[in-house]
Design a protein around this ligand. Structure first.
Ligand code: NAG
Ligand code: NAG
Ligand code: NAG
Ligand code: NAG
Ligand code: NAG
Ligand code: NAG
Ligand code: NAG
Length: 362
């Protein structure tokens, strides 16, 4: 029975391939007369893109993705399955025409970096960056594992602010700034820019973590946790959201129109504040951006759509993340703490607690 299915599948694949080759040569024949030859690779490119989508769909239709017994693949497939190539022409998201207006000046090859931490920070958040540099961000090594911290920024229209950022960059060499306006609706550009940057300048790291600038990382727990994975690939760990729906109220901060995303549910995705990824996952998600239409909700796009198409399974570890204020008197056993305290001192207290830990977390 199984064998029969396999053969059938193979036959339909070959037929599909033939149709594809046929239609390609048809178009090429039609174009030869009046279009210069450098158009051809473009068309080829688009076909291979289409082909890739179709191939993914074939794989997908064989392997139904379920979560807690629920079938989650169907709605979402339609989002990119029938997408017109016009929606895959964004110079930043799909063509990767990024430039770093500011860069760190060092790559990860110079030191053998085990963990790269990407801190997504808004341009004006000077204080938050300062707190990070003075707390966990000061720890560039743990258990002989090198850690590199990079703040990911977009552009600002405020020249004074830009000057200040440039000074900050000269001083700390830990800022990268991409060629898009830094705004909430542009966060997906920030996500793809950071994938681009890792691939271009830091592709030899073992693990990458993306966090917002209100997160404290429990480095003394996290580094052993990652080291125990023994070079595992296909790692994507985060706080997993499984039943999220697009907000349809026009006044909602996350209002999503029907034309932006027409379906009732999102596929499971990683909540924005933090994610752990192995380097191979970064590479695959970067490639997946070329066939995924832009969607402005960065966590849904980068933490849901891209992993989904890259066939990466999302895992939520035990004791992943906790609110900072409620944890000041607890054992510091969570991997991440999220700032919910108006008192900046609390971030310093938390970091002190983390460093002074005299107990085992198990
Ligand atoms: C999930 O949906 C697909 C497509 O409609 C269907 O073929 C499959 O049987 C469904 N699987 C489950 C477990 O409901
Ligand atoms: C695909 O797109 C075409 C044109 O936009 C539309 O007519 C068709 O209904 C779509 N098919 C699906 C399955 O969404
Ligand atoms: C521009 O940036 C400076 C320095 O960060 C700030 O003091 C000022 O309020 C900003 N101006 C505007 C219009 O946002
Ligand atoms: C970014 O956001 C601003 C305003 O929110 C917008 O004007 C701009 O076109 C967006 N896109 C890029 C690529 O900067
Ligand atoms: C993990 O990778 C590092 C660097 O590539 C290598 O030196 C080490 O031997 C690897 N460890 C295991 C257990 O495979
Ligand atoms: C934490 O968040 C509050 C706002 O909720 C802010 O006032 C405070 O500066 C933040 N602290 C740090 C260290 O980012
Ligand atoms: C933060 O700590 C400083 C120095 O210990 C202290 O002077 C200040 O009052 C504290 N701030 C708050 C809001 O507790």
């Amino acid at each position: 029975m199984k064998f029969r299915k396999k053969v059938l599948w193979k036959i339909s694949f070959v037929i599909f391939l033939m149709i594809l080759i046929n239609s390609y040569s048809g178009i090429q024949g039609g174009l030869e007369r009046n279009i210069t030859s450098n158009i051809i690779p473009n068309i080829l490119n688009q076909f291979s893109k289409r082909f890739k989508i179709q191939r993914l769909l074939l794989i997908r239709s064989k392997e139904v993705i379920t979560y807690n017994g629920r079938n989650i693949s169907t709605d979402f497939e339609l989002f990119y399955m029938n997408v017109s190539t016009i929606k895959l022409m964004d110079p930043l998201v799909h063509k990767h025409r990024y430039t770093s207006l500011l860069n760190t000046g060092t790559t990860c090859t110079e030191k053998h970096v085990f963990l790269l931490v990407l801190v997504y920070s808004a341009t004006y958040k000077f204080d938050e960056r300062h707190v990070i540099r003075e707390t966990f961000g000061s720890m560039s090594q743990y258990d002989n594992r090198h850690i590199k911290y990079v703040f990911v920024l977009g552009q600002t229209m405020n020249d004074t602010q830009q000057k200040e950022i440039e000074q900050e960059s000269v001083k700390y060499r830990d800022i990268i700034q991409g060629n898009f306006i830094d705004s909430y609706r542009n966060l997906t550009y920030k996500r793809v820019f950071s994938l681009f940057w890792v691939n271009r300048f830091c592709n030899n790291v073992m693990y990458v973590i993306k966090i917002d600038d209100d997160i404290t990382i429990n480095i003394p727990v996290l580094i052993p946790y990652l080291s125990n994975k023994l070079n595992k690939t296909k790692v994507l760990e985060c706080f997993l959201l499984t039943k999220a729906r697009p907000r349809r109220g026009k006044r909602n901060k996350w209002y999503t129109s029907q034309s932006d995303y027409p379906f009732a549910t999102f596929p499971p995705y990683c909540a924005g504040p933090s994610s752990i990824m192995s380097a191979d996952v970064i590479r695959e998600m970067y490639e997946a951006t070329t066939i995924m239409p832009f969607f402005w909700l960065e966590d849904v796009y980068g933490g849901g759509f891209l992993p989904w198409i890259s066939r990466v399974r999302i895992v939520q570890p035990k004791r992943y993340i906790k609110a900072l204020r409620a944890s000041l008197k607890d054992k510091t056993c969570h991997l991440f703490y999220i700032n919910n305290s108006k008192n900046t001192n609390h971030s310093y207290i938390m970091w002190k607690n983390i460093q002074n830990k005299l107990y085992k977390c198990q």
